[in-house]
Design a protein around this ligand. Structure first.
Ligand code: HEM
Length: 86
């Protein structure tokens, strides 16, 4: 449910940079891209370039016409937020 979604700062996103545990942020939303890796038409290697980081720019440069929000809806884990100040 929507109540399980997390607020994810870049430092947390960064930890999910392995094929078996890969997250990326696109337009402020953080997705678990691990299940999609074998299905990406551009290949897993290209998709892994955005693992653990904000992929918005690279994603829109390669295929701005693709609706990632629709495609990855089931893979949504939360929302990218700024780093909490300490
Ligand atoms: C192709 C989805 C991230 C590189 C595609 C296509 C989809 C897709 C649906 C087919 C598009 C079409 O034929 O019109 C996604 C999603 C991504 C993502 C949902 C993010 C979660 C990336 C990234 C890169 C990339 C980060 C590059 C660094 C490519 C390339 C193709 C492609 C090169 C063309 C493959 C070909 O037609 O031979 N992607 N993509 N994608 N994607 Fe991605």
């Amino acid at each position: 449910g929507v109540d399980a979604l997390m607020r994810i700062p870049p430092s947390m996103l960064k930890l999910h940079n392995k094929k078996e545990d890969a997250w990326t942020a696109i337009n402020g939303k953080v997705y678990n891209i691990t299940p999609y890796l074998p299905y990406h038409p551009g290949g897993a290697k290209e998709l892994m370039r955005v693992a653990g980081r904000d992929g918005t720019k690279l994603f829109s440069l390669t295929h701005a016409w693709v609706n990632a929000d629709f495609m990855l809806d089931a893979c949504l884990v939360g929302f990218l937020v700024s780093e909490p100040s300490s």
